[in-house]
Design a protein around this ligand. Structure first.
Ligand SMILES: Nc1ncnc2c1ncn2[C@@H]1O[C@H](COP(=O)(O)OP(=O)(O)OP(=O)(O)O)[C@@H](O)[C@H]1O
Ligand SMILES: [Mg+2]
Length: 457
């Protein structure tokens, strides 16, 4: 049996190139053309095992593949095949890599799909006896799977319900366990970047750093690498006046964490913050030699460093942070109008040899009414990056953070869970330490390049 998750035309096309095969698709139940999670769960109740599950490339293949894997049942042995051309802006090779990382096979058209199917074994290479019986008109077996589909209907309403904005369907303690995973020794770093101003880079650097420090208990530092009037250190009510330039001047005298600590603001979660000088000229004068010297020192004393970058990628310090960072968080507003500029940023980063699988796209300040934009943004971008996380707009947080009155305990559950999800995405992409008594594979609940969000959704 072949199951098609996608529109009726796709199911029809699959049936027409698969003579003698039981093809179940939208013609049998329109919900198989609906949202992937529901479609996969409906298909999973079929009483015959599917040898293949066909997914349209124009759907959200990441969601569909993961939903099919999670649904199990009739789909548990199915080979996943994503059929269709890659999105317009995506190179075929990048598309193939993306689909393969989802555990699926790419077929650009029906001919390729038939070739893949020809190499996808049924038990004996042909439809099983049960499938052949089910294909006979009026056969009780056919009635059985139609009945199975029909009786799946009571779950319909429950399945249709979407998760609240930015609130992943995953237990907080599960996320905490991922965030706490031990990493290999040494300093790991992430640069928070965006081609757009005011999208929340600084707020996210701060909240992300706070969560990493609070949950992991590691030595975590957030560095203001904004070349123009960085605001990171102003998010706390009492800050030390020292900045990166002061630290650079004092560098030869710093030989311990204690001496270094005089130059950073320590926040209630244990997150340290290193401020940028307010004068952009002074920041510019540090030059790459200065950043390098400071950075080398910081790497000796911290386990995790978050760089809060300025807008754009071309200034010297952002270039420095991009070269030094192990991964990036690319922040976007959730509106479709920003898609072009973010696509341009992804192209730029990919061309500058940054491995985009080590980048997490954040759609920040998500509201309930931008759902359609977000779906489109995700489908345009999710195969170009390692993962996508949505962070809700939180007016209360904005007020307290802008007044310097942030308290970790007062962080609302929506934004806390969303940023924990981001932290989990990031942690899974760093090299994991081997824990005694476990296999190397065990520390990964998900593959390092696979989105935690996707597997949580
Ligand atoms: N998820 C959110 N919910 C509510 N307010 C937010 C959120 N994210 C950011 N903000 C608010 O949006 C404004 C801009 O955020 P922020 O300063 O972090 O942006 P930025 O990208 O660092 O800007 P710049 O390009 O100037 O450095 C701030 O008032 C901040 O508190
Ligand atoms: Mg900023």
């Amino acid at each position: 049996m072949i199951v098609v998750l996608g529109p009726g035309e796709l199911a029809g096309a699959v049936a027409s190139v698969s003579p003698g095969e039981l093809v179940v698709g939208a013609g049998d139940d329109e919900r198989l053309a609906g949202p992937p999670t529901e479609a996969a769960q409906i298909a999973a109740v079929l009483p015959l095992p599917a040898r293949a599950c066909i997914i349209g490339a124009d759907r959200t293949p990441a969601e569909a593949c993961l939903a099919a894997r999670r649904a199990g049942g009739a789909l548990s042995q199915a080979r996943l095949i994503v059929v269709g051309e890659p999105p317009v802006d995506t190179m075929p090779v990048a598309w193939r890599g993306f689909v393969e990382r989802l555990g699926a096979t790419v077929a650009s058209d029906m001919v390729e799909m038939s070739a893949v199917l020809a190499h996808t074994a049924t038990i004996d290479g042909r439809p099983s006896a049960a499938e052949r019986r089910a294909m006979r008109p009026g056969a009780p077996e056919a009635a059985a799977w139609r009945e199975a589909l029909r009786t799946a209907s009571p779950r319909r309403r429950r399945l249709r319900r979407r998760p609240a904005v930015g609130r992943p369907k995953i237990a907080e303690r599960t996320l905490d366990a991922v965030v706490r995973r031990p990493l290999t020794e040494g300093c790991h770093s992430v640069a928070v970047i965006s081609p757009k101003g005011g999208v929340g880079k600084t707020l996210l650097s701060f909240v992300l750093g706070s969560i990493l420090a609070h949950v992991r208990g590691d030595r975590v530092l957030a560095v203001d690498t904004n070349p123009d009037f960085g605001t990171l250190a102003d998010l706390v009510d009492v800050r030390v006046p020292a900045t990166i330039s002061d630290l650079l001047r004092a560098l030869p005298d710093i030989h311990s964490q204690e001496e270094l600590t005089k130059f950073v603001t320590i926040t209630e979660t244990g997150l340290h913050i290193l401020a940028a000088p307010q004068d952009p000229g002074e920041m510019g004068r540090l030059g790459s030699g200065g950043y390098l010297a400071v950075n080398d020192l910081l790497r000796r004393y911290y386990d995790l460093v978050v760089y809060d970058c300025g807008t754009g990628f071309l200034d010297e310090i952002t270039q420095f942070a991009l070269r030094r960072a192990d991964q990036t968080v690319l922040v976007s507003a959730p509106q479709l109008v920003t898609a072009k500029i973010i696509l341009g940023a992804v192209d730029y980063l990919a061309v500058t040899a940054f491995d985009m699988r080590r980048s997490t796209l954040v759609l920040n300040m998500v509201h309930g009414d931008d759902a359609l934009d977000r779906v489109r943004l995700r489908s345009a971008l999710e195969h170009r990056v390692g993962g996508v996380v949505e962070v809700p707009f939180d007016g209360r947080l904005q007020r307290v953070i802008d007044l310097g009155e942030f308290r970790y305990g007062k962080l609302g559950p929506g934004i806390r869970m969303a940023v924990k999800l981001l932290a989990a995405e990031i942690i899974t992409r760093f090299p994991q330490a081997h824990q005694p008594g476990t296999s190397m594979a065990e520390p990964h609940a998900v593959a390092p390049e696979q989105s935690v969000y996707a597997s949580a959704g």
